[in-house]
Design a protein around this ligand. Structure first.
Ligand SMILES: O=C(O)c1ccccc1NCC(=O)[C@H](O)[C@H](O)COP(=O)(O)O
Length: 261
């Protein structure tokens, strides 16, 4: 595990231990699960499928959007053609909050992935109670047994799982130990924070055809999407480049279609 990821996970362990003591009763009953994977597959069949991220800040860039308004961003992403939302709930490193997930999901019809650092199967139940439709498993953060236990807990609750890898070794571990059909290749190096789209291009050929490959991080334009399509990749997770735009709806449409304005 990278030092930074290890630090984030150590902080998360303390946070989750405290949240477990509080229990789950503070959220209302969740609405039925919206199909996250199916929404992506439907859009990817006919063009580009976008998981649009609601991201206020990040460890690599600090504050990204000052006038942060999750419900408004969710509606803009949906109007611009996004298939799903990704909502950061980690507070210490991303200035996220579970209220952002609750309010953004209530403001639109899109399925939502809770973007956080999963280190305990209990967080799956917590995610479902918040209203999440999917969770993220970061292979680099977990050993084989832990990631498999978290995946089982998520699937038992009806949540979809996006399995995130950064290199060949992590992809092999994911394919050997996990059953989820969504594989995210994250182009961000967690040691240097450098982003290189060639990471997705390198790993794409290793991903079996029954899996849906999601290209994560560093996508900034329609040209980047077209470049990834040359490697057979039509599904993207995009945060910063859209969150920095004044008109998020137009920027989302332009990313997906190449149309300006
Ligand atoms: O974004 C970061 O700085 C970061 C640092 C450490 C761990 C994870 C990090 N990002 C999580 C993500 O996966 C991205 O938010 C997501 O792929 C969107 O990336 P981008 O379009 O480059 O904002």
């Amino acid at each position: 595990m990278t030092d930074r990821l290890a630090e984030i996970c150590a902080t998360k362990r303390i946070e989750v231990a405290a949240r477990k003591v509080q229990g789950l009763s503070c959220w209302p009953e969740p609405s039925p699960v919206r199909g996250f994977e199916s929404a992506l597959r439907n859009k990817a069949d006919t063009g580009f499928a976008l998981i649009a991220e609601i991201k206020k800040a990040s460890p690599s860039k600090g504050l990204i959007r000052a006038d942060f308004d999750p419900p408004a961003h969710a509606q803009a992403y949906q109007a611009g053609g996004a298939a799903c939302l990704s909502i950061l709930t980690d507070a210490p490193y991303f200035q996220g909050h579970e209220d952002y997930l609750v309010s953004a999901r209530a403001a639109c019809d899109l399925p939502v992935i809770r973007k956080d650092f999963m280190i305990d199967p209990w967080q799956c139940a917590e995610s479902r109670v918040m209203g999440a439709d999917a969770i993220l498993i970061i292979v680099a953060a977990l050993d084989d047994m832990a990631m498999s236990e978290i995946e089982d807990a998520a699937l038992a609750l009806g949540l979809d799982v996006l399995v995130e890898v950064h290199d060949e070794k992590e992809l092999e571990r994911a394919l050997s130990h996990l059953k989820s059909r969504l594989i995210g290749v994250n182009n961000r190096n967690l040691k240097s924070f450098d982003v290189d789209l060639a990471t997705t291009e390198r790993l794409a050929a290793m991903v079996p055809s029954d899996k849906l490959l999601v290209c994560e991080s560093g996508i900034a334009s329609h040209a980047d999407c077209v470049r990834m399509a040359d490697s057979g990749v039509h599904t993207f997770l995009v945060g910063e480049s859209l969150m920095r735009q004044e008109n998020i709806e137009n920027a989302t449409r332009s990313l997906l279609t190449g149309q300006i304005g």
